[in-house]
Design a protein around this ligand. Structure first.
Ligand SMILES: O=C(O)CCC(=O)C(=O)O
Length: 329
């Protein structure tokens, strides 16, 4: 896991920043014209009141006896050459735990040592759905004209220092910061070739366990010998810190690496966000090469996914196995 101090700003010749705009400035038309139609990232402020702070204690109180799927990345993962990985992102085998058990792993710092992440779990059937934060977010999404979700609201809870590796999504996304802060590194879709994505045909071998929308490069310690074109991508790198209460709009195809920042020693050193994916406006959807290559990759994964599903259907704990397969999407 990286700490914020290890982040070498000097590696980037020109630092670009993402604008920060108050939600009060927006009508659906303005958000569409400046950000949604052209696909431009923006940090939105004022969407959640400062009282909404999803601490570990608060989450434990509301979610304690509910089951979640955790990803155990392991301490060594980010020391390895990504080209040797056999699982990535949602492709990491999930472990089912009560939230109360995960909270203990965070308190005892085992979650930090083993890099255990509660990632992309729907909050649909949890009391979080009825909280003031979610009410405020939902009403502000309407104010932005975001009306066609491509996912439910997902919870992300993890230890300070955790890194979600450089990747893009085929849908637009909104990342809502509810406790602690995250450092986000962004590259525009124009840089795809310079970021060395895993090839589309990797799915023929690994199904959805390794994904063609992940980069093989570590942006903060790149191997220029293996990935020489990454130097060009550095001219297009954006850096930002997403603070508690802020929302980052990430258009489809924009590459992002997300680093949970460590807390001061008196804090709970836990970082929590919620995200939601959105349908992409038609013209941008049709003209996005990144979306087409992600669909092609998913199509290549189908034989392997079909085989895993058949094996799951034949196994004794078929319900659990099938749930695990669908969790990968
Ligand atoms: O917050 C994270 O760790 C990753 C979030 C992410 O990749 C997203 O919102 O698209």
């Amino acid at each position: 896991m990286l700490s914020f101090n290890q982040f070498e700003l000097s590696s980037s010749p020109t630092l670009k920043s993402v604008p920060k705009v108050s939600i009060d400035a927006f009508t659906p038309e303005l958000f569409a014209r400046h950000y949604r139609m052209p696909g431009v990232p923006v940090i939105l402020t004022g969407m959640i009141s400062p009282q909404c702070n999803w601490t570990l204690e608060y989450l434990g109180h509301l979610l304690g006896d509910q089951q979640f799927l955790l990803r155990r990345y392991g301490a060594e993962r980010y020391q390895q050459d990504k080209r040797t990985w056999t699982s990535i992102g949602s492709g990491v085998p999930p472990e089912s735990r009560l939230f109360a058990e995960y909270a203990d792993l965070l308190r005892t710092r085992q979650a930090h040592e083993q890099d255990i992440y509660l990632a992309k779990c729907s909050i649909e059937h949890t009391p979080l759905l009825k909280t003031a934060a979610v009410e405020q977010i939902t009403s502000h999404f309407s104010q932005l004209g975001l009306q066609q979700p491509a996912s439910r609201l997902n919870l992300w809870v993890g230890p300070g220092g955790h890194v979600e590796c450089l990747h893009y999504d085929p849908t637009d996304g909104t990342l809502i910061q509810l406790h602690g802060s995250k450092q986000v590194v962004l590259f525009p879709p124009s840089q795809t070739a310079n970021l060395y994505p895993f090839p589309v045909y990797i799915h023929l071998r690994y199904g959805m366990k390794v994904r063609s929308w992940f980069s093989q490069v570590y942006p903060d310690r790149p191997d220029f010998q293996a990935f020489p074109k990454f130097r060009q991508a550095l001219n297009h790198r954006y850096d930002l810190i997403l603070q508690q209460g802020e929302v980052l709009y990430i258009p489809a195809g924009w590459w992002h690496e997300v680093i949970s920042l460590k807390d001061d020693p008196l804090g709970d050193d836990m970082v929590c966000s919620v995200n939601r994916f959105w349908q992409v406006p038609t013209l941008r959807a049709l003209t996005s090469w990144e979306r087409w290559r992600a669909f092609l990759g998913s199509a290549c994964a189908m034989p392997s996914v079909g085989l895993s599903l058949s094996m799951a259907l034949l196994s004794r704990d078929r319900q659990h196995k099938i749930k695990q397969i669908f969790q990968m999407f």
